[in-house]
Design a protein around this ligand. Structure first.
Ligand SMILES: *[C@@H]1O[C@H](CO)[C@@H](O)[C@H](O)[C@H]1NC(C)=O
Ligand SMILES: *[C@@H]1O[C@H](CO)[C@@H](O)[C@H](O)[C@H]1NC(C)=O
Ligand SMILES: *[C@@H]1O[C@H](CO)[C@@H](O)[C@H](O)[C@H]1NC(C)=O
Ligand SMILES: *[C@@H]1O[C@H](CO)[C@@H](O)[C@H](O)[C@H]1NC(C)=O
Ligand SMILES: *[C@@H]1O[C@H](CO)[C@@H](O)[C@H](O)[C@H]1NC(C)=O
Ligand SMILES: *[C@@H]1O[C@H](CO)[C@@H](O)[C@H](O)[C@H]1NC(C)=O
Ligand SMILES: *[C@@H]1O[C@H](CO)[C@@H](O)[C@H](O)[C@H]1NC(C)=O
Ligand SMILES: *[C@@H]1O[C@H](CO)[C@@H](O)[C@H](O)[C@H]1NC(C)=O
Ligand SMILES: *[C@@H]1O[C@H](CO)[C@@H](O)[C@H](O)[C@H]1NC(C)=O
Length: 886
């Protein structure tokens, strides 16, 4: 009896299911077609089967997974919620906006949902709590606000839950402790407050908990460690207080423990010795106290120990020397005392010893650096006595040596000169050192900052110190030094306070002269430099400059002769009589009133207005009666042959004046008198990029700052990309032609030369080499023509200068090697990017270092030998902007 009815029910059921499938299939077809219209995805073609589209997989014609990560998607993705069989949806790294579609809550099969790295805003829709099968949910890096929805307590299958980088507030829900399958929970960089729920410990599988940069309060619950699966715990930058729980010792698998920048108190639990996997222990900037327990030395895998800025006392346990994997030992800013244990220097991998600002009162061990990996030895502001050991010369990898403000006695060992790698700083100030300055210090040709002030050093400053070719900061003050300050730019450019307090010292930059030999000193130096520059730039921008000057002046001579025949009697030297202005124009309408041509000319006749003097052109600062300040570039007469280019030149200048881009220094006008052309530009108070990078002693207030440098790099690329867009090839890209305004916005200059000398326009027969030495692309040697990829190469050199703070050509690199070759050959020499990048920037933060490494990649591309392999400038701008935003 029941049989038939069961049978018919069964039939109906099968039929219904089939029907459902058909319907569903049709739905997927129409949904997918509708999605093409909405999202226009490359690789999705309506005339082919949607199951074959890029990123789509199906089971029985039902769409089961969609991976559209990194597709620049912008549209409305709500339609996807109609794909009922969907198990996997990855829309990460797109430009999706607005609220997360709440309709996604109806995707009941969904196991993997990744919406991270988009611009989703508003609150997280509570409907997502219906996704019972969800194992992985990633909503990180959006603009999500409000609280984590309470409905998520139903996501019992969740294994990975990532919501970092949003603006979520409220507290971490208590029910997280009931998601028993959870392995990964990251909610860092939000505005979460309240306490860490103390039932998190019942999440038996939890391996990674990262809650840094929130506003969490209260204690680190003991229970977190109770089940012992935790591998990574990051709670940095919160307001957590209380002790480090003893139960931490239960987490044998804990490898990374980071709780810096909180308000933790108490001591390090001895149970730390039980955490055999510990590699990274960071608890800096808290109020921890007590001694550094010797149990730490049992964590044989420990790589970094950072307990800086706490209240630790006692000695460094000598057993720490047994930690053969230790790379960084950072204990600065505590009250530690005693000796620096010899055993530490046995640690083969140690690259940083940072013990500054403590009370260490022993000596520096003689056999320091028996295993020379050490890059940073920072022992300043302690009470260390005794002599600087000669063994210091074995620290051949050292980048920075800080021994200032101690009680060191004896001589400066000449072995310091063996530390050729010293780069960031050598600081021996505020000690009791005596004797003479060893001339071997001059071998430290990478050193940027040298401070030996406030000791009892005597004798003269050895002229061998001229070997300190990278020097930017120097301080010899308050010693017993005598004799003349050697003639060496970094010395003369230093403030006289760098030499003050030495009764016997004389000469520039001090105000006491040394008698007869003083006068010519500085001049000799200047002379040498300009000689060197001329040599370095031979066949280069200057040649271009000569050509322009020739072109410009030739026709002016003609004009002048015409004028002269009309109004005879203008004095040849042109100083007594005000020179006759032949032509002049201001292209910018609202500046016309403010610019007075006579004042421009007058300013350009006064040496005291000179900003910058080259052999072939001079730049003057000109203050107008209106108060406006101009930069006036004077092109000097070179030749008296006659060429008819005046009108053409003026037309070109006017056209350039109309080019409008934030990062281009376009002429705002010109004045022509006698045989001189003056080009007018806005006055930029911050000089050039070259000065900023290589001359920063002139601007001691400007600290190296990576963000500024990156913005400058992007600005220059944007300016050049615009030039290429309007089909202008720059003929002389160099850091010296990048000018900086008051906010350090870069403006690419010398574009008029590029225009006036564009060979295709027949302004001059240019076979001269374009570009400055070190910036000239290799192909130029045989093509003799500047091209867009050639510009990219020169720009790449500027990028390398920005990254390395090194000149494009430098004897340092070796015979025939310029900056480009030096950087490209680094891997072959076995050098790491760290040794290439300016360590003053790359060692500041991981974020900076990461960006610098990424920019280095771009610079390497730009300076490829094969022009076709170099990216377009537009692409360069995109890449750099992406790096900046990362
Ligand atoms: C789509 O596929 C058809 C047939 O394979 C082809 O003719 C057409 O060019 C493709 N359309 C696009 C936009 O790729
Ligand atoms: C997206 O499309 C759905 C219908 O598919 C519509 O209800 C919703 O309002 C749209 N959202 C936006 C932000 O346009
Ligand atoms: C989002 O999180 C999931 C789960 O942890 C992970 O597999 C995925 O790679 C993450 N997405 C991105 C773009 O990092
Ligand atoms: C959380 O953010 C939402 C939206 O911005 C706001 O309305 C709410 O007051 C905030 N709650 C707390 C506790 O700050
Ligand atoms: C967590 O689960 C336990 C037992 O499974 C239950 O008693 C408790 O109410 C749950 N807590 C929350 C906040 O859901
Ligand atoms: C130390 O932590 C406090 C509070 O978290 C913070 O204000 C301060 O800037 C931190 N100092 C350093 C050097 O990080
Ligand atoms: C951890 O170490 C402490 C002291 O070092 C010891 O007393 C304790 O038994 C150890 N605990 C475990 C779980 O191994
Ligand atoms: C220490 O590190 C090594 C290499 O990473 C690893 O193989 C080993 O398992 C670690 N030891 C412990 C106790 O975790
Ligand atoms: C170092 O300082 C500690 C604590 O102040 C003191 O006990 C010890 O005698 C000092 N050692 C030396 C060598 O001065």
């Amino acid at each position: 009896m029941a049989f038939p009815s069961w049978f018919s029910f069964s039939l109906v059921w099968v039929f219904c299911k089939a029907l459902l499938l058909v319907v569903a299939q049709q739905n997927d077809q129409s949904t997918m077609l509708a999605l093409i219209n909405e999202l226009s995805i490359s690789g999705w073609n309506s005339s082919t089967d949607y199951c074959s589209w890029a990123g789509v997989t199906c089971t029985k014609s039902m769409v089961e997974s969609i991976d559209l990560s990194n597709h620049k998607l912008k549209g409305n993705v709500t339609l996807i919620s109609q794909l009922k069989a969907l198990k996997w949806l990855d829309l990460s790294k797109n430009n999706l906006q607005g609220p997360i579609p709440s309709a996604f809550g109806s995707l009941s099969e969904l196991e993997f949902l990744d919406l991270s790295f988009n611009n989703f805003g508003s609150a997280i829709p509570s409907t997502l709590g219906n996704l019972r099968n969800l194992r992985s949910l990633n909503l990180s890096m959006n603009g999500l606000i409000a609280e984590i929805p309470d409905e998520f307590r139903r996501l019992k299958s969740l294994m990975h839950f990532q919501i970092f980088g949003n603006n979520l507030n409220g507290s971490i829900p208590f029910w997280i402790g009931n998601l028993t399958n959870l392995r990964v929970f990251t909610a860092y960089e939000n505005k979460l407050g309240g306490k860490i729920p103390d039932n998190l410990g019942s999440v038996a599988e939890l391996e990674l908990l990262n809650l840094h940069s929130n506003q969490l309060e209260g204690i680190i619950p003991e229970s977190i460690f109770s089940l012992g699966k935790l591998e990574v715990l990051v709670l940095t930058m919160n307001n957590l207080n209380g002790n480090l729980p003893f139960s931490i010792g239960k987490c044998k698998g804990l490898s990374s423990f980071r709780v810096g920048n909180n308000r933790l108190i108490g001591s390090i639990p001895t149970s730390i010795g039980n955490i055999s996997s510990l590699t990274y222990f960071e608890a800096d900037n808290n109020s921890l106290s007590g001694e550094i327990v010797p149990e730490v030395a049992q964590c044989t895998n420990l790589t970094l120990l950072n307990l800086a800025n706490n209240g630790f006392t006692g000695i460094i346990p000598p057993a720490l020397g047994d930690l053969m994997n230790l790379q960084e030992l950072i204990l600065s800013g505590n009250s530690l005392f005693g000796d620096i244990p010899k055993s530490l220097f046995r640690s083969k991998n140690l690259s940083k010893i940072h013990l500054s600002i403590n009370r260490f009162n022993g000596t520096i061990p003689e056999d320091i650096c028996t295993t020379p990996r050490l890059q940073f030895l920072l022992l300043d502001q302690n009470s260390i006595h005794g002599e600087i050991p000669r063994g210091i010369g074995n620290c051949v990898k050292l980048l920075e040596l800080q021994l200032g403000s101690n009680y060191l006695t004896g001589n400066i060992p000449h072995e310091i000169g063996q530390i050729k790698s010293l780069q960031i700083a050598l600081n021996l100030s505020f000690n009791h050192l005596h004797g003479t300055l060893p001339s071997e210090l001059g071998k430290l040709d990478k050193l940027v900052s040298l401070d030996v002030s406030n000791n009892q050093l005597s004798g003269s400053i050895p002229s061998a110190l001229k070997g300190l070719m990278s020097l930017i900061e120097v301080n010899f003050s308050n010693n017993l030094l005598t004799g003349q300050v050697p003639i060496f730019t970094p010395f003369q450019k230093s403030p006289n306070s760098s030499f003050a307090g030495n009764k016997g010292l004389c000469g520039d930059p001090l105000s006491y002269s040394c008698g007869k030999s003083v006068g010519p000193g500085r001049e000799t130096y200047r002379h040498k430099v300009s000689y060197k520059i001329i040599l370095a730039v031979i066949g280069s921008g200057l040649t271009v400059f000569i050509m322009v000057t020739v072109v410009v002046l030739l026709f002016m001579m003609r004009e002048r002769q015409e004028k002269a025949s009309k109004a005879a009697g203008i004095a040849e030297d042109g100083i007594v009589d005000p020179p006759m202005i032949i032509a002049g124009n201001v292209f910018v309408e609202n500046l016309k009133q403010a610019i007075d041509f006579d004042a421009v000319v007058k300013a350009s006749l006064k040496d005291s207005n000179k900003l910058n003097g080259g052999t072939f052109s001079t730049i003057y600062k000109a203050v107008m009666p209106s108060g406006l300040i101009l930069s006036v570039k004077r092109l000097k007469s070179m030749d008296r042959a006659i060429v008819h280019y005046q009108n053409k030149m003026i037309r070109e200048l006017e056209r350039l004046g109309r080019l409008c881009h934030d990062n281009l220094m376009t002429p705002i006008g010109f004045v022509i008198y006698d045989d001189v052309a003056l080009l007018l530009h806005p006055y930029l108070p911050n000089g050039t990029l070259a000065e900023l990078l290589h001359d920063s002693i002139a601007k001691p207030e400007f600290k190296p700052d990576w963000s500024t440098r990156l913005s400058i790099a992007i600005g220059v690329a944007e300016g050049l990309a615009f030039l290429h867009h309007v089909a202008i090839i720059h003929l002389d890209i160099s850091s010296g032609n990048v000018f900086l305004d008051a906010t350090y916005k870069p403006l690419v200059g010398e574009i008029e030369i590029s225009k006036l000398l564009d060979p295709s326009r027949g302004t001059a027969s240019i076979s001269a080499v374009a570009g400055s030495f070190g910036y000239i692309p290799p192909e130029y040697a045989y093509t003799m023509q500047m091209t867009a990829p050639g510009n990219v190469y020169s720009y790449g050199v500027v990028l390398l200068e920005i990254l390395t703070t090194r000149l494009p050509v430098d004897e340092d690199f070796g015979e025939g090697i310029d900056l480009v070759k030096w950087v490209h050959n680094a891997p072959a020499r076995g050098e790491t990017p760290e040794q290439i990048l300016d360590a003053r920037l790359s060692t500041v933060s991981f974020a900076w270092r990461k960006q610098m490494l990424a920019v280095l990649k771009v610079a390497l591309l730009c300076t490829e030998t094969t022009p076709a392999k170099r990216p377009k400038l537009k692409k360069v701008v995109e890449m750099l902007q992406e790096i900046k935003e990362s």
